[in-house]
Every structure is written in C-alpha cells, then in structure tokens.
Design a protein around this ligand. Structure first.
Ligand code: FAD
Length: 391
C-alpha cells in the first residue's frame, strides 16, 4: 500500500503528525506543491526553497525523498498519486480560507478517484475548535481566558518519530525559481531552526522582549510559519520561559479565530463595527517607504524592508501609527507586511492587524496610541532608531 504525503506548513521530520501517519504505509510519496495561489513574497519564497532543500535532505537520510511540483495543488496531487499508484492522501489541517477550501477540494477529488483521504493535526499545540468557552460559542474571542484554558488543556500528542521510509519510483520534481530579494534573511529549514533554538539565549526574554534595541526575542517566527519547528514541542520545552510559551499561545489563539472566521483577511472580525478609513495615498506611500518623518515608525519600516522581519514591538508601533494616527485602512497595512515578511502567516498577520486596528479581538478597541510614548519607553536611548539611520 502506498500513501501520498502532502506537506504544507509542516516542513520538518520531527513531531510531524502527517508524516507519522503516512509512514504507517508500506511506501510513501512525500510531495510539496508550490501552488501559485498561496500568498507569498520573495523573502518568504527564498526561505521556503531553502526549507524544502533541507526537508529533502532529511527525508533522504531516512531512505525517502521529496517530490516538488508547481501548479494547482489538487491537480498536482492527483497526477502524482496516479503516477505512483498511491491509494491514500494524507495532509495536515490548517486554518484559513484557502487551506480549508483546498482540503475540501482534495477530499472531493480523492473520493472521485476512489482514493482514501486522511487529515491530521496541523500547526497548533491545541487544534482550533478543541477549546470552547464555558459561556458558549465555537471559539474564544478573548485571549486571557483562552490562555488559562490552553495552559491547562491536554496538548496534542507528540507524533511518533519516523526512523525509516520506503518510497516507490518517484516522478521528477519541478525546478522552483527564487524571486530576487536584497533582504538579509535567516537560513531556511529544520536544521537551521534547531540550531537557532540552541543558540538563542532565552533567559533575558521575559524582561527584554519589548526592548527594541536589545533584540532578545527568538526570531523563530519564519521557522514556525513554515513548520520547520513544532510549536507543540517548543511549548513543552523546559528551557523556555512562560512568557515565551504565552506567545505560542497567541499563535494558537489567532489560529482558532481564523478557523472560526476565515474572512479575517478582509472583513472586520467585530461584526457591528463602522469602518471609516481615510484614503490618503501619499501618507500610505510614505509609511510603506519608511519616509513618514516619524523616526520610530521609519526605523521599524526600514527593518522590514532590510530584513523581511520586524521586532514585535515595532510591528505594533508601525501598525498603530498607520491605523490609529493616520486613520488608514488596516487591510493596506497588512497587505504591505504580507509583501515583505519572511514569517508571513495568515492568522498572525491579519489577526494582529485587526487587533491593532480595533476591529479584531482587542477587548479595549479604543485604547489610546502614542508613538512618541512608545518610542521613549521601548527605545529610550534611541539605539534602535540609530541602528536604522533614523535618529
Ligand atoms: P518571539 O517573541 O520569540 O515569539 C515566539 C513565537 O511566538 C513567534 O515566533 C510567533 O510564532 C509567536 N508569536 C509571538 N508574538 C505573537 C503574536 N503577537 N501573535 C501571534 N503569534 C505570536 N507573526 C508571524 O509569525 N507572522 C506574521 O505575519 C505576523 N504579522 C504581524 C503583524 C502585526 C501588525 C503584528 C503586531 C504582529 C505580527 N506577528 C506576526 C506577531 C509577532 O510580531 C511575530 O510573531 C514576532 O515578532 C516574531 O518574532 P520572534 O519569533 O522573535 O517572536
């Protein structure tokens, strides 16, 4: 019996529920499909291609390999299944409009072809929909009670380790092309992720995570976004402080929101909100190009352009400035981030943008926002601003 394993945002061999599930078959066909409809950008793409190379090397170490195809996912899966005689398709569940539709289409195509289809746990430590508020509703709308429930919940079982794979004759892979980028990016892949985790000094995280100049956060987000690391394993890692695990919980929180509200990327999560954004293209362009003249905002936006990544506190300041100070639409801000972020993640990007704009899960949507106070508090010596030539 041959199973086809479709990798999505789980580009790793450790704690991979879909890999563990498919490895139960006599032979497996590991496949990644580069679907042009999936939102990406040149930074994320370069990181993806490196992560795929690394995954292929890991699968080869186990006796397997990786087929990479480009095109519409369902079409490619069916072609490769037909070429290899696969009788089942296995993939991980993930939230989001595109991913959910894709799995529905895949299940339907499998049924038509008489192929079994099995979906396994996805990128969360606690799957969306598993925790429900006692007061009713299909998901948590507020973070703090979610954090309480999540901390006490039984997280999904860590997937069994796979130590050997057998593959049938595999079809050729397509050659995926990188897109040009000048950004200074971290290396992609599971091995680089584990090395970064080992190198990272987590002890200063709790007190230093908001200090813009100190740069004490893990910078693991690109690896988590593509599943080169397992959030489930990280959440239980005794070396990591509770404040860090809380951020992983935010990640699960936004995923369960997205699963319940797949329109998060373009529709206000708060249904009864009146949106009234300005349409000032000049101001929007200055924000995008880091030329607003507001030093702390320009510093953050320069970091985004240079590294495809931005410190969380700077993301909050830049997003707050766009939506609350300039009164511009969060969709334009989120779209610009999506064009640059190496860690682009649908739930986290649009969930956080809506949170910042007051249309999302913030319990105090009208909270004041003052970039000068933020700058004085989180970059008191102007080191971050100077680093980015903005002081
Ligand atoms: P650490 O502080 O080391 O945190 C560890 C991990 O926890 C992160 O890697 C991430 O997976 C998760 N995490 C941390 N903060 C958050 C958060 N607020 N919400 C959800 N998960 C979190 N994160 C993304 O991964 N992709 C995005 O596209 C994205 N867009 C954002 C847009 C805006 C406007 C804002 C305010 C935040 C956004 N974030 C996004 C969340 C956060 O800024 C990044 O995850 C974080 O800065 C990544 O750096 P790190 O890995 O060093 O984080």
């Amino acid at each position: 019996m041959t199973d086809l394993l479709l990798f999505t945002a789980d580009l790793r061999v450790h704690d991979n529920p879909a890999l563990a599930e498919a490895a139960g078959a006599d032979r497996i066909v590991p496949l990644y499909v580069d679907d042009p409809r999936r939102r990406s950008n040149p930074n994320r793409r370069r990181f993806l291609l490196e992560s795929l190379d690394d995954l292929r090397a890991s699968l080869r170490d186990l006796g397997g390999d990786l087929v990479v195809r480009s095109g519409p996912t369902v079409e490619q899966v069916m072609k490769v299944a037909a070429a290899t005689g696969a009788r089942a398709v296995v993939c991980a569940r993930d939230a989001g409009r595109f991913e959910t539709q894709l799995r529905a289409d895949l299940a339907e195509a499998c049924e038509t072809e008489g192929i079994a289809y099995r979906a396994t746990a996805g990128p969360s430590a606690v799957e969306p929909g598993r925790l429900r508020p006692s007061g009713g509703g299909d998901h948590y709308k507020v973070f703090t009670p979610y954090w309480r429930a999540w901390s006490q919940a039984r997280w999904r079982d860590v997937a069994a380790e796979v130590d050997r794979l057998r593959v049938p004759d595999l079809p050729e892979s397509d050659d995926l092309r990188p897109e040009a980028t000048e950004a200074d990016l971290p290396p992609g892949g599971e091995r680089a992720a584990l090395a970064r985790l080992d190198d990272w000094e987590a002890s200063g995280y709790d007190s230093g995570r908001d200090d813009l100049a100190a740069d004490r956060t893990s910078r693991l987000s690109p690896y988590l976004a593509l599943g080169c690391l397992s959030a489930r394993v990280l959440a239980a890692d005794p070396r990591l402080p509770e404040a860090f695990v809380r951020q992983l919980c935010w990640r699960d929180f936004h995923r369960q929101v997205l699963a319940a509200f797949p329109a998060l990327i373009d529709t206000p999560y708060k249904r009864n909100i009146e949106e009234d954004w300005d349409a000032d293209l000049t101001a929007l362009q200055a924000w995008r190009t880091a030329t607003t003249g507001v030093d702390i905002v320009d510093a953050g936006m320069r970091q985004l352009l240079a590294e495809g990544w931005m410190h969380n506190r700077a993301r909050l300041i830049c997003a707050g400035y766009l939506t609350r100070t300039l009164g511009l639409d969060w969709r334009d801000g989120a779209d610009h981030f999506a064009r640059h972020l190496v860690d682009l993640d649908e739930a986290n990007n649009w969930g956080n943008w809506q949170w910042t704009a007051g249309t999302g899960n913030d319990t105090r949507p009208n909270r004041g926002f003052n970039h000068e106070r933020q700058a004085a508090r989180f970059d008191p010596d102007r080191v971050y601003r100077r680093r980015w030539g903005c002081s």
